[in-house]
Design a protein around this ligand. Structure first.
Ligand code: MTE
Ligand code: MO
Length: 416
């Protein structure tokens, strides 16, 4: 874990510097431009040239270092940023996972096209944001969690590093989403009984990987899930969706891998046959390790837990502590959480007290009391069981892309 911290810190500083050069200073440039100062910096770069060369930063919202760890085009939420927060993750603290970069979309010209062989009239319909707002809406509290959340634990805890963004446990957040049920939208578009798959597609830039353009981010959903509890959301926690989280509209697919919840929705194809994209064929399936070659596309997320503490946090000695955490499951609500403290000779496992809402496919908050026996190094281990009876294991089988690490995670702390 210590290793990971150092790496992250370095990554963080590098990313921050790069972003400042490309992004933040761009805003400063604009301000300088408005003030009429056209000569900039030691190089004396002229403003229009500087602007032409500066690519937009991948994430639009501010990323205060006390809340986020930048990882490439993504930003991980620091779990200590949830300490003292309410049930929902504020949008300003919500993790961001971008395959490319947050696009700026004009809500006045935005259109959502629904079409395909799975509709009675394949040419389908086109909706403006105004059309979408005019349809009956619902509110749904649900987490969005990246399939790769926890990936760094394959290295730090199981000694088998997996490729991809080295997330800790902060690629998850819970929000109240408001929007139109996808089922109602598809009804309106005239979905036929022969429909099999629904393919939502994002308006962000196409993804180029190893020199190959894979097209826009898109991932088919079986029609059963699409008609069940999926929302075409335009609000997050009672405010319009922020740009980084999919404005003006995104899919919210409760309980499923984050990639299902396509942001910046532009098109939805409904087909009378199975559909494929790189995001349900080569990616977001279990590969390597002991998995068979044809493992199915990932769907629901697993059972997980996190403490609202920084890894390696220092806790005060000589008093009773209240440790806070949250647990969640992609299948249902949480039944119980057990916390063990490694290094405490009085050992034992204590049952955490669950507090407040316990929404299926969101999370539950919990606390556990602990009086450290003395100064030293300890590790906190939380193990949740959901209402389907699924319990976090001690270890999980390895997969090459490091998806769905859901074993009990060791959280090191120092008592001083
Ligand atoms: N169009 C589009 N949708 C997308 C993505 C993307 O890069 N482009 N990333 C996906 C992934 S991998 C995740 S985990 C979630 C993250 O949602 P958030 O950034 O709002 O937290 O969005 C999903 N939807
Ligand atoms: Mo993701």
């Amino acid at each position: 874990m210590a290793q990971r911290d150092i790496t992250d810190e370095r990554e963080y500083l590098e990313d921050r510097r790069a972003w400042r050069e490309r992004g933040l200073s761009r805003r400063e440039l604009l301000r300088a431009g408005a003030a009429g100062a056209l000569l900039l910096g030691a190089g004396g770069v002229r403003l229009p040239d500087a602007l032409a060369q500066a690519p937009a930063p991948p994430i639009v919202k501010p990323l205060p270092p006390e809340w986020f760890i930048p990882i490439g085009t993504n930003a991980e939420m620091r779990w200590e940023a949830m300490a003292g927060q309410g049930y929902l993750t504020p949008a300003a603290r919500f993790f961001v996972r971008n395959h490319t970069a947050t696009p700026r979309i004009d809500p006045r010209t935005w259109r959502l096209r629904v079409f395909g062989s799975g509709l009675r009239r394949p040419e389908g319909v086109e909706l403006s944001l105004r059309d979408l707002h005019a349809l009956p809406s619902e509110r749904r509290v649900a987490f969005i969690e990246c399939a790769g959340n926890g990936r760094s634990f394959f290295a730090s805890q199981q000694g088998t590093p997996a490729t991809g963004s080295q997330w800790g446990l902060g690629a998850v957040g819970v929000a109240e989403w408001r929007g139109v049920p996808l089922g109602a939208l598809l009804d309106r578009a005239g979905i036929s009984r022969r429909a099999v798959d629904v393919l939502p597609e994002g308006l962000d830039a196409t993804v180029v990987s190893n020199g190959v353009d894979q097209g826009h981010v898109r991932r088919p959903l079986p029609v059963g899930k699409a008609l069940d509890d999926v929302l075409v959301a335009y609000e997050m926690n009672g405010a319009p969706l922020p740009p980084d989280h999919g404005a003006p509209a995104r899919l919210v697919v409760p309980g499923w891998v984050g990639i299902a919840s396509i942001k910046w929705l532009g098109r939805i194809e409904v087909a009378d046959r199975p559909l494929f994209s790189p995001w349900n064929t080569t990616q977001y399936r279990m590969t390597g390790g002991d998995y068979p070659a044809d493992s199915p596309p990932l769907t629901a997320q697993q059972v997980k837990s996190a403490f609202e503490l920084a890894p390696g946090a220092t806790l005060p000695a000589g008093r009773r502590l209240v440790l806070h955490g949250r647990s969640w499951s992609g299948a249902t609500a949480i039944r119980r959480v057990d916390v063990r403290i490694e290094g405490d000779p009085r050992g034992g496992t204590r049952r955490a007290l669950l507090h407040g809402p316990n929404v299926p496919r969101a999370w539950v908050r919990w606390t556990v009391d602990w009086r450290p026996p003395g100064p030293g190094a300890y590790a906190l281990l939380a193990r949740a069981t959901d209402r389907a009876g699924t319990t976090q294991p001690d270890a999980v089988p390895f997969n090459t892309n490091g998806y769905q690490f859901w074993a009990v995670a060791r959280h090191p702390v120092t008592v001083a």
